[in-house]
Design a protein around this ligand. Structure first.
Ligand code: NAD
Length: 356
């Protein structure tokens, strides 16, 4: 394993994004987003995504500096088509606009369509939270081969379709549930494959529909599937993510022909807490509820009951202090991607050593 200061991962990402054609603002947003995912402990959605983004750029399936189309801007409704724009910038801009509309109307429903991969969804929840808003979103993944086998299925029909919900809490400690509806996120299978380690039990099936912990077939041959979490309930939530983002938000679904890219669509609801109630009281209720939940006796083998968002905050504190580990395979892939878009060895080495 290699260990990097956060500033190095930000610098390398910014460098690659600039060479991919992004302007300064977009490259900065992509770099901040990917670093934040690594800091939160979600290496699946951090700098390890860069080789995939470079590949999609080469195929014309990720468009830097895209101008999103406003399909509808009517009161509390905002419909945006991102037209395969660089996802972190497209989704960040859309959520910022939706927050402004929530400040005006009390709430905003954002239907956000057809963006290149938007990364860690929790980042958008945290953005809304930083403006005193609650955030809920359904997201789907399309334009790729299906990766999720829903309850009762022996093969995949959906993407990892994440569901996310966040509410501000006191002392900068919000409650943020941010999860793939598969037992593990697909990027975690990639991380396990690159490290040469198995995935957890009951997360994956092979090409014949049989349980496996070996991610090789899933990663290398694109066979098999990740199982939905939680039996029919997780599978049902995954299906509703697909329906809310396609039928309701108008994004592409996995039932449509694929070009081999990654398209995310999102149906998000943003509520301005100062309009619906007293923000201080809402935070106090979050704190009281959290304390009560955490007061439960831990189950056997568990040291502490945690609530959504706590693992990410702890990971960020640790990684900010001790650096971020990246496996050598992933780092080699990132370097190859960088060189393929014209970054020089010297530029890559300099950015890799950045501390700021
Ligand atoms: P995860 O399983 O690590 O965590 C899911 C949630 O459970 C988090 O909110 C976390 O705070 C909470 N949690 C974790 N351990 C806990 C514990 N012991 N007690 C209480 N709560 C706990 O996350 P994941 O499902 O692997 O998803 C990883 C990331 O992948 C997410 O950020 C998600 O947005 C992202 N994702 C993105 C896409 C996309 O297409 N853009 C698709 C799927 C997933």
């Amino acid at each position: 394993m290699l260990t990097f200061q956060p500033g190095a991962l930000r610098a390398v990402t910014h460098l690659i994004a600039r060479h991919m054609g992004s302007d300064e603002i977009e490259a900065t947003e992509v770099a901040d987003h990917l670093l934040r995912a690594n800091l939160a402990g979600h290496d699946s959605h951090g700098v390890g995504m860069l080789p995939a983004y470079v590949r999609l750029l080469g195929l014309g399936l990720l468009v830097p500096n895209q101008t999103a189309e406003t399909v509808l801007d009517a009161g509390a409704l905002l419909v945006i088509d991102a037209k395969r724009g660089y996802g972190q910038k497209m989704a960040g801009d859309a959520v910022r606009r939706a927050i402004a509309k929530a400040k005006e109307h009390g709430a905003c429903v954002l239907a956000f369509r057809n963006s290149a991969h938007i990364g860690r969804i929790g980042t958008y929840a945290e953005l809304a939270i930083s403006h005193g808003c609650a955030f809920t979103s359904f997201v789907n993944v399309a334009d790729n081969h299906p990766q999720q086998a829903t309850f009762g299925a022996a093969e995949a029909r959906l993407g990892t379709n994440p569901f996310t919900c966040g509410v501000p809490g006191p002392n900068g400690e919000p409650m943020v549930l941010d999860m793939a509806t598969t037992a593990i996120a697909a990027g975690k299978a990639r991380v396990a494959y690159n490290k040469g380690i198995p995935v957890p039990e009951n997360a994956l099936i092979d090409a014949d529909g049989n349980p496996t912990t070996d991610p090789t077939g899933f990663m290398r041959d694109k066979t098999g599937a990740l199982k939905s979490f939680g039996l029919h309930k997780g599978g049902g939530l995954a299906i509703m993510c697909e329906i809310m983002t396609t039928a309701v938000a108008g994004g592409q679904g996995l039932h449509s022909p694929s070009k081999g890219g990654t398209l995310n669509s999102m149906l998000a609801t943003i509520i301005d807490l100062s309009k619906i109630g007293d923000p201080a009281q809402i935070e106090a209720t979050v704190a009281a509820s959290r304390a009560y939940i955490k007061s439960a006796k831990p189950a056997a083998g568990v040291s502490e009951v945690l609530t959504p968002g706590e693992p990410e905050r702890r990971a960020a504190a640790h990684r900010n202090a001790h650096g971020i580990e990246v496996d050598e395979t992933t780092w080699g892939d990132i370097k190859a991607a960088a060189l393929s878009v014209g970054v020089t060895e010297a530029e890559f080495a300099q950015a890799s050593g950045a501390n700021a």
